[in-house]
Design a protein around this ligand. Structure first.
Ligand code: PMM
Length: 287
């Protein structure tokens, strides 16, 4: 089977002949890696358009920071941040994903033109999410998640992180299908950095083929995350570089993920990753 076919396709989304690039627009004052930079509608829409111009295939719009320790934002504020940006980008013909744990935000985002719901809790945070996505008939990202950001690091305890993440994702996919979302519309994501230490993230990236045994397209979101900071800091307790200096490292993961058959990678800076997935595609074509 070719990698292209193995990468999987998702009902309701365009099909790309390589790993797709999801650019990130965080409409938040406090996101882990780009917080505050796109915290107004006009700037956020412009940013999304810029990401597409640089080679993004879709844009993920979020209004709630999930950095470790982050408090929750209230639903009205999240709607106020996200919906106009979704509407603005969708009206330009962009494939828009909404990054939210709230059913109400997902529903209104779909009404505003979003075609994919990216829920970092995989439907666990809001019991209304799965029925809402099932009713909307849009694809759904099921990420591996063990609890809200404020204390998720306490849950980063694994005997075998790869086996446990695979088993927990398997259970979530079953629950999501039970809830009425078609299997052909489900994307899975190991949730790098969510209830995970650097060694857990590295082990998951090293074993993407095991995640692919779940039989669903795989989204990988390594962009600027702490584990890359840890790798770049080196061994002698030097401080990690700030998030914005982790884009080359992010592109390295993008190349690896594309080579391993990931369906898409989610990144804050698109240019290098757009090149990486195209190089991976060309190499695949030469096999
Ligand atoms: N990570 C963040 C936000 N949304 N969505 C998915 N599907 N997977 C992730 O790993 C993920 C996500 C946190 O990153 P950011 O706040 O730096 O964008």
């Amino acid at each position: 089977m070719s990698t292209l076919r193995a990468r999987g396709r998702i009902e309701g989304l365009p099909e790309w002949d390589r790993c797709a690039v999801m650019g990130v627009v965080n409409v938040t004052p406090d996101s882990f890696s780009d917080g505050g930079r796109w915290f107004d509608t006009t700037a956020a829409v412009k940013r999304g358009l810029g990401l597409v111009a640089e080679g993004a295939d879709m844009v993920d719009v979020g209004g709630e920071s999930t950095r470790p320790g982050a408090p929750r934002v209230d639903a009205d504020e999240e709607l106020r941040r996200v919906i106009p940006v979704v509407r603005g980008l969708a009206s330009e013909g962009i494939v828009v994903s909404v990054d939210t744990m709230r059913a109400a935000v997902a529903e209104q985002a779909v009404a505003a033109g979003a075609v994919l719901v990216n829920d970092v809790s995989g439907g666990l945070a809001d019991p209304a999410m799965i029925p809402a996505v099932a009713a909307a008939g849009v694809p759904f990202v099921v990420m591996h998640w063990r609890g809200f950001s404020k204390d998720m690091n306490n849950r980063a305890v694994y005997a075998d992180v790869v086996a446990e993440v695979v088993a927990e994702l398997h259970a979530r996919v079953a629950a999501v299908v039970d809830g009425g979302i078609a299997p052909e519309r489900i994307v899975i994501d190991p949730g790098l950095g969510f209830a995970k230490q650097a060694e857990h993230d590295l082990a998951l990236v090293a074993h993407l083929s095991e995640l692919r045994t779940l039989g669903r397209p795989l989204l990988i979101a390594a962009s600027r995350k702490r584990f890359l900071g840890r790798v770049l800091a080196g061994a002698d307790a030097a401080p990690p570089p700030p998030a914005r200096e982790r884009d080359a490292a992010t592109a390295a993961v993008s190349a690896i993920a594309a080579h391993e058959g990931a369906w898409a990678v989610r990144v804050h800076e698109v240019r290098a990753t757009a090149d990486a997935v195209r190089v991976a595609r060309a190499i695949e074509g030469a096999l």
